[in-house]
Design a protein around this ligand. Structure first.
Ligand code: 5AD
Ligand code: SF4
Length: 425
């Protein structure tokens, strides 16, 4: 989401400003920030310190903080390390040209952190870098208020773009040569446009307009994920057979405390329905270890759910208390040591499950969209299956190959994150 927002910011600035690649050449450096866990914020504070060295050559160089940290910390960021002069939240990017102008001319600071109920930037064409894969942000904000999560406070209320602007932007991207499009939203399942589309309807329209383009989407909230979207995925070959469905915990008791509004049983029932209609679907998830009040039994329930579902991939985190959220008030009751132990158990289990699942891919033939030359060897190229698995395979030296090409690849071996294969007919 932040990458997509950065493309919007670049687009807003390109008319009046020269965008450079390195802080060495910059008079102003923007950091687009995330507040979802303390770690993400800590990195930004470190980056501000790091950027100070560029003052040696450019005395007036300064930093602008964009995104969720700007929204959360506001004036507390101004002046940090004598570097930060602009603080601009996720709904205020249109003000950037004016704020930069003022800050540069009058040597002052600027803050803009109002949240909006309507801003979607749908009329701004993001400035995308070359490649084959593009993001389209179709909605912004979140209304779910999961007890641990700061996003509803930093990104504000849910709002959807009109379907027509998404349909038109997709057509332009396809004409420019993009081969894969990822639709983004904090919860795409609650997409509802003023021109009458829900998310499955939008996805089907795009998939049918562009049968040669791969469509992905993220993120889905399990409470809103249902049969209409499953049927849309099942009936369109170019809607990728991969779903990211964050479970957070396998304990229904904890899920209630987290305000997730589904039980572990309901979650598993949705996975069963999904797999009955799309047997080879790949699944990924997010899991939090050490939520306040999590007992050993709750933790065991998470491990059990992971064994039942058998995810292909997972993002796994230690609980991080976020000021202003409901669970912040309960306190951080699980010790750091215990959180780390539980998280490591979760990570180890997931690695084993992914490894075992990937062994089942050996001998299968996948259609792989090429992304780039493999980092390890010039003779190998890297691509992705429509189930979002990374595949590395050798390409004959005399063969012309380009990003976005699709090949059939037979899988020969597999680790926990990457498959290896060979091209076949
Ligand atoms: N602590 C740890 N993980 C969190 N996430 C959101 N808030 C927190 C928090 N306070 C995780 C959730 C979410 C993902 C984007 O980040 O798993 O799905
Ligand atoms: Fe945060 Fe929950 Fe919204 Fe996801 S659905 S952004 S976890 S509040």
């Amino acid at each position: 989401m932040n990458s997509a927002d950065t493309e919007i910011v670049k687009s807003l600035l390109r008319k009046e400003h020269n965008l450079v690649e390195s802080p060495d050449e910059a008079d102003l450096v923007f950091l687009n920030t995330c507040s979802v866990r303390d770690n993400a914020e800590r990195k930004i504070h470190e980056r501000i310190i790091h950027l100070r060295q560029y003052r040696r050559n450019r005395k007036n160089m300064f930093v602008g903080i964009l995104g969720c940290m700007a929204e959360r910390l506001r004036e507390r960021l101004v002046g940090e390390r004598d570097m930060v002069r602009l603080v601009v939240g996720p709904d205020e990017y249109r003000k950037l040209p004016e704020l930069i102008e003022e800050a540069a001319r009058e040597n002052k600071s600027g803050i803009a952190v109002e949240l909006s109920t309507v801003e979607t930037y749908e009329d701004i064409e993001p400035l995308r870098t070359d490649g084959i894969s593009a993001f389209i942000s179709i909605m912004r904000g979140c209304n779910n208020f999961c007890s641990y999560c700061v996003v509803p406070y930093t990104r504000g209320r849910e709002r959807s773009r009109t379907a027509q602007t998404v349909i038109d932007e997709t057509a332009r991207l396809v004409a420019q040569g993009f081969r894969e499009i990822s639709l983004l939203g904090q919860n795409v399942n609650s997409y509802k446009s003023s021109d009458g589309f829900d998310f499955p309807e939008l996805l089907v329209r795009l998939a049918e307009n562009h049968p040669e383009i791969r469509f992905r989407f993220t993120t889905s909230h399990p409470k809103d994920f249902g049969e209409k979207l499953i049927d849309a995925m099942a009936s369109h070959a170019n809607i990728c057979k991969h779903l990211h469905l964050p479970v957070q915990s396998g304990s229904s008791r904890l899920l209630e405390l987290m305000n997730r509004r589904y039980t572990a049983e309901q979650y598993i029932a949705k996975i069963d329905l999904l797999r009955s209609k799309i047997p080879n679907i790949a699944l990924s998830t997010d899991i939090i270890a050490g939520y306040p009040g999590e007992t050993e039994d709750d933790h065991r329930a998470t491990l059990e759910l992971m064994k039942t579902v058998k995810y292909d991939g997972a993002f796994m985190f230690k609980y991080s208390p976020r000021e202003g959220t409901k669970s912040y008030k309960i306190g951080d009751t699980v010790s750091d040591e215990e959180k780390i132990r539980r998280l490591n158990e979760i990570i180890d289990l997931q690695q084993n499950i992914a490894f075992e699942k990937n062994q089942l891919e050996i001998g299968k033939i996948h259609s792989v969209m090429v992304e780039n030359v493999s980092r390890r060897s010039e003779a190998d190229w890297k691509g992705r299956t429509d189930t979002n698995k990374k595949v590395v395979f050798p390409v004959p030296a005399d063969m012309a190959i380009a990003e976005g090409d699709v090949f059939n690849v037979k899988i020969l071996s597999a680790g926990s994150t990457t498959l290896k294969g060979e091209m076949c007919d």
